[in-house]
Design a protein around this ligand. Sequence first.
Ligand SMILES: [Ca+2]
Ligand SMILES: [Ca+2]
Length: 233
Amino acid sequence: MMPIRAALTAIFALIAGCSSSTTDAPVSTASSTASSTAARGEFTVEVWADNWFAMYLGDTLVLEDSVPITTERSFNSETFSFDGSYPLHLNFVIKDYKQNDTGLEYIGQPKQQMGDGGFIAQVTNTKTGSVVAVTDRSWRCLVIHEAPLDKSCEKDPNPSETCEFSSSEEPPGWTSADFDTSEWSRATEYSEDEVRPKDGYDQITWDDSARLIWTSDLETHNTLLCKVTIEAP
Ligand SMILES: [Ca+2]
Ligand SMILES: [Ca+2]
């Protein structure tokens, strides 16, 4: 079996050799410590998500949350690294857990409720330790799953009959660098009191400028797409 570093070098060489094409091969793993080549900076990403995320560099999947979205209580942080060139186009799919399209969790149990979300991330230059990006209201996000549409169904005994939802596909080409996000909303910043971040959050030393974000409703917005472009410092 090819050593990890050799495999990564081969993948980067492949990407560098056909920069106009895309690949589904993850360019990193949560434990990757592959060194960068002189032409590429190496970046470290730290994320805490309630409940799940996937990060793409352009079209290329870098990392999916190690805990599946099908896990009801999935609170964990992830630290991983990747190589890339400025400007970095980072694209996130972010999901709050929902049992089904009602948007509820613990259905049929005493604590049947709307789950709520929350997300924070920071990107640092691995060599210098300087922060190159943090989550804040400058990020652009689109809600592609919303439920319930009327919060009053939260405690209904048959929520599938009363909790309506709206969902849409990911817009074609949304991970492209030139995709127009002017119609997407600015992320909303939330306090720790509002999100009540759980397991894993305290394992990371967050930069003072990093903010917990979501879109405008922590409870009913269940799946988000978020984009950020990181320019050279
Ligand atoms: Ca929710
Ligand atoms: Ca949640």
